[in-house]
Design a protein. Structure first.
Length: 94
């Protein structure tokens, strides 16, 4: 699946509800999902991972990020290409 395909899938399924909620309230949902991912990663690091849950939380975070991009009219594939592929990519260290 391409990033563009995921973004369209999320838009087709959820955009009416998501856009009515708005970016700020959707960000709260996203933050909650990041918290759930943090717990799943913590379990993974402690050797007590539930692999299915870990994968699910990664998928949820990506879906909610995509939702926010749709609400804000950001083409994720274009944004990622501009940031990481064009002009030699980002400078510095994360």
């Amino acid at each position: 699946m391409q990033i563009r395909d995921l973004q369209q899938l999320i838009r087709d399924r959820y955009h009416t509800t998501d856009s009515a909620r708005g970016a700020a309230r959707t960000f709260v949902w996203f933050a909650e999902e990041v918290g759930e991912l943090a717990h799943a990663i913590g379990r993974h690091d402690r050797g007590d991972a539930d692999r299915d849950n870990l994968e699910e939380e990664f998928a949820d975070v990506l879906a909610w990020l995509t939702t926010m991009a749709n609400i804000c009219d950001v083409d994720l594939e274009r944004a990622i290409a501009r940031k990481y592929l064009e002009g030699g990519g980002p400078k510095g260290v994360k």
